[in-house]
Every structure is written in structure tokens, then in C-alpha cells.
Unconditional design. Structure first.
Length: 272
């Protein structure tokens, strides 16, 4: 689940003696893009996706003019965004079309005309969550689809990095190795190695692996949580499948996320 993080733009985040100042905000990760201007003393809420992180850069821009485009990057005159994503992009001087697509709806904001831009392609993102379809006292059910874009990204990575990973020396036990596979990560805010989850995929129980920060030190203090190597599902129908998680042993369970998938940039605009 996404986490909404509230905070003040003041000395609580290290901006001392900033009364009257304005800060240009740039998102560095997971997507590099300008986010506009924040005033010192403002109350803000940012969204952190799943078990990912959000990295922002704040630069003192007091007295400077605001950016012409906020919310996306412009490269060689073309607006760039992530495949499958819808981004709210603000144009200081308004906009009639984006990448040869006519824009039909704009909203006036203090920074300019805001447009919701839908970029083409299969949705790809860091820590993509599975869709929760039902939740009870002990069970949570999810549905998932392995898109062609996910398959293509893993195939491209395998071609670019043709590494022969060793299955006998623990490399496959390290979640951060073998980036050509497709893991499912079962995220808990307080993972417990002594309280394993029961997980079924399409009504068949599967065995989960245990992830640690080190291959050599398997300890409760280094335990990251449970995960499942879903790579075999890449070649098995159906592409849409269902995951059921028994959470009776873990009241801190949050959700299920794809790993080893990253967002990909595109200039294809479907609508705006």
C-alpha cells in the first residue's frame, strides 16, 4: 500500500532560518523530474510507493522564476514519462498539444495549466503492488498479471547481462542477485522469521524463501521478509493469476510486490 507522509517545510527537515524562502523541488528517485516550488513553512504530503523510497532535492530558488514545465522532463522538445503512467504535468504558459497529441482538458493552477498526461505502454514501476481483491480476518487475496512489458524487460536484461549465476553457492538465495528472475515480495512492517506466512497461488500452496541482508548471517536482526521466485509463471498460462496470503501469523503484513521490475521512459502519449 502507498504511504502518505506529511511534514512541514521548515527546520524540522533541516531548512533553518528559511522564513520567506522558496525551494525548487526535484524528485531524484524513483523518477527524476521537477515537482515545482515549495514555500518555507508550508505543510506538504508526499506519497511513497509500497516498500520503495522517495528521494527529493530541495534548492533555494527564492526570487527566481518558476519552471516552464513541472511534473515531467522535456528532452529535445519531447515530453518524457514512464510507460503506462498517468502524470499531472503543469505548463507555465499553457499547452495545446503534447508530442503531437491534442490536449482536451486543462486545469488552471497558481503555477500554470495542469494536464493529466497518459503515457503509452504496459505499466512498469519499482515495487509494483499486486491488486488486493478481498480481505478478511486471516486471509488477503490478490490478483496479478504478468504483462508483455514485464517479460520484455527481463529478457532485455538477460541479453544485456549474460551472467551465469551459480545455484550451488547461495547466489540464488540472495534476493538482490539474479536480476533476470521475477520475485514476489511479501512485505511486512515487522517481518518475523519465526512466523512464516502461508501462501497459495491459484489454490496451490507454494513454499516461500526467507530474505536476509546477508547470505552468511541468517539472524532475526537481518531478516527482510518472505519472498517467492515467480519466474516459472513467465512461461505458464494463465497470465492472470491469484495469490492468497494467510496473515494470521503476521498482523503487520502490508502487501505483495513485484521485484526486479523498473520503470521505463517513453515519449509515447496516449491522451492528455
Amino acid at each position: 500500500a502507498d504511504v502518505q507522509v506529511p511534514f512541514m517545510v521548515d527546520d524540522s527537515i533541516g531548512l533553518y532560518h528559511g522564513q520567506g524562502k522558496a525551494y525548487g523541488v526535484t524528485e531524484l528517485y524513483p523518477q527524476e523530474r521537477p515537482l515545482g516550488t515549495w514555500l518555507w513553512g508550508s505543510f506538504m504530503v508526499v506519497k511513497v510507493v509500497g516498500q520503495s523510497v522517495l528521494v527529493l532535492k530541495l534548492t533555494d530558488t527564492t526570487g527566481e522564476s518558476t519552471a516552464d514545465v513541472v511534473g515531467a522532463q522535456v528532452v529535445d522538445g519531447r515530453l518524457m514519462g514512464f510507460k503506462g503512467h498517468t502524470e499531472t504535468v503543469t505548463f507555465k504558459h499553457g499547452v495545446q498539444s503534447i508530442n503531437n497529441v491534442t490536449c482536451r482538458t486543462q486545469r488552471t493552477t497558481p503555477q500554470g495549466e495542469a494536464v493529466d498526461v497518459q503515457f503509452g505502454g504496459d505499466y512498469l514501476s519499482t515495487s509494483m503492488p499486486l491488486l488486493k481483491i478481498a480481505e478478511g480476518n486471516e486471509w488477503v487475496n490478490f490478483s496479478a498479471r504478468i504483462s508483455d512489458g514485464m517479460k520484455q524487460q527481463l529478457n532485455n536484461r538477460a541479453a544485456a547481462y549474460p551472467i551465469q549465476w551459480n545455484m550451488t553457492n547461495g547466489e540464488y538465495n540472495a534476493t538482490w542477485l539474479v536480476p533476470t528472475r521475477l520475485p514476489l515480495y511479501f512485505f511486512s512492517s515487522q517481518p518475523n522469521p519465526a512466523a512464516p506466512l502461508r501462501v497459495f497461488i491459484n489454490d496451490t500452496q507454494v513454499e516461500l524463501a526467507m530474505g536476509y541482508t546477508s547470505r552468511e548471517v541468517a539472524h532475526s536482526n537481518t531478516f527482510l521478509g518472505y519472498w517467492y521466485d515467480a519466474t516459472p509463471l513467465l512461461s505458464q498460462p494463465p497470465e492472470v493469476f491469484y495469490v492468497s496470503v494467510n496473515i494470521a501469523s503476521d498482523p503487520h503484513f502490508i502487501g505483495v510486490y513485484w521485484e526486479n521490475i523498473r520503470p521505463e521512459a517513453t515519449e509515447e502519449v496516449v491522451s492528455c
